[in-house]
Design a protein. Structure first.
Length: 434
């Protein structure tokens, strides 16, 4: 397989990376029959591809392809202190796995270190707390939310500490061996997809690190928890609708905080919308101090569409949402419309955090399940799941427009992109943001 640079896998095996080089690890689906949704691309024979990205022109070179067999790795996260990458696996039939990989800082090669059961099915999100002592995960299919311990010396997962089950032990209505294709978005598909809870992400608030938020795609709500890092337990403190009151078939997928403003953004997959929430610091401080609180920690202030007004909503579902590191833009991928919509973030005090559309760009591929920025914030890479390719765009930091670079890379069924900057040997200080 060749890249757009004309360099083959064999040509790049001897490449030695300098400290701080930008790597991109691509997760690929290796089996389609046990997924909740229905990819239309090609099943991958190898599960992880590692590229080097040149920040001068956005060109990528394939460095390595994983040799260890892992089924359907998806969401990935790189440890902020150790050269360890975590991936989780998707399957509605088999228990999910959390897989730890060693990242070679000289070659970019991934070597499997260990794996452990995720305590649920179709594992789809990983978050580390600020101290890197706990890993929080969610299992999409059966909705469970787990907390696992981390070894500070090795970064290895030490085992399950607690598990929260929104179903409270009740059996699911949907069956893993007979269910609607979760890529569909007509009324029939929506009804079945929302017959059960489906946790889709878990994050910790960036101010205190003690409030966990979990979008539940099946129930149209955001679950709130007080996270006790000492005991490793999540204590429920209520729920928040993921969009305007009275609406149905919203389908909250991901939630992201602004880097400086007390604002977060929820992408509603089924309704193709972003809901903007204000973070109530006063309520959060009361929760942390143990005071009885009935008010939610988030307050809805705006909801905006991610697709053109005339485009049919049942032909699209949203994928990823990301806040640019500058804090000036929020981006969302549209699967069906096959685009990325860029929103400008208002910074004026009277409307701080609100959004308005800056641009929309076709992704040069089908079903952009994921995308990511490089560390500089000037290059954006899309993972076009159903056309088996990656696309590279230059991001205009002044206008918010995505400019096609002309560079495209063939990768089978790419579903997730993880930015990896290998750590140099020596003592490391904790990162302020994961």
């Amino acid at each position: 397989m060749s890249t757009a640079s004309g360099k083959s896998m064999e040509d790049t095996r001897s490449v030695a990376l300098a400290s701080g080089q930008q790597l991109i690890v691509v997760s690929c689906y290796t089996r389609f029959d046990n997924l909740a949704h229905g990819p239309r691309g090609t099943e991958a024979k190898r599960s992880l591809y590692t590229f080097w990205l040149d920040p001068s022109d956005g060109q990528m070179t394939l460095l390595s392809v994983s040799e260890d067999e892992v089924m359907n790795p998806a969401f990935s996260r790189f440890h902020p202190l150790h050269n360890v990458l975590y991936t989780c696996t998707e399957s509605v039939a088999e228990e999910g796995e959390i897989v730890s990989w060693a990242v070679c800082p000289q070659s970019g090669k991934l070597s499997k270190l260990s794996s452990c059961g995720a305590g649920g099915t179709s594992t789809c999100y990983i978050t580390l707390d600020k101290e890197c002592e706990n890993m929080l995960i969610v299992n999409y299919w059966n909705a469970t939310i787990g907390v696992f311990g981390l070894d500070s010396a090795t970064a290895q997962v030490t085992g399950l500490r607690s598990m929260f089950d929104p179903n409270e032990g009740r059996p699911m209505k949907a069956r893993h061996d007979k269910h609607v294709n979760h890529s569909q978005n007509d009324s029939t598909a929506q009804k079945e997809r929302q017959a059960d809870p489906h946790s889709h992400a878990v994050i910790l608030d960036p101010f205190f690190g003690q409030i966990a938020y979990v979008p539940d795609l099946g129930m149209d709500l955001i679950r709130q928890f007080r996270f006790d890092k000492v005991s490793g337990k999540l204590h429920s403190i209520g729920t928040i609708p993921s969009g305007p009151s009275g609406r149905v078939a919203l389908g909250p997928r991901y939630i992201e905080f602004h880097p400086t403003l007390p604002v977060c953004y929820v992408v509603n997959e089924l309704s193709s919308e972003v809901s903007v929430f204000a973070f109530d610091r006063r309520v959060v401080e009361a929760v942390i101090s143990g005071e009885p609180v009935t008010e939610p920690t988030l307050r809805l202030v705006q909801t905006v569409s991610t697709i053109p007004e005339a485009y049919p909503g049942d032909m699209n579902t949203c994928g990823r949402i990301a806040v640019h590191s500058s804090g000036k833009f929020v981006l969302v991928s549209n699967r069906g419309h096959d685009s990325i919509t860029v929103f400008r973030v208002h910074l004026d005090p009277s409307s701080a955090g609100l959004l308005s559309v800056a641009s929309t760009q076709h992704t040069r591929g089908a079903t952009p399940r994921h995308f990511m920025f490089d560390n500089s914030g000037q290059w954006l890479v899309t993972a076009n799941q159903d056309s088996d390719n990656l696309g590279v765009f230059r991001f205009n930091l002044a206008t918010g427009k995505l400019e096609w670079s002309g560079q495209q890379y063939e990768v089978p069924s790419p579903n997730f992109l993880c930015s990896v900057i290998p750590h140099a040997p020596g003592p490391l200080m904790p990162s302020s943001k994961l």
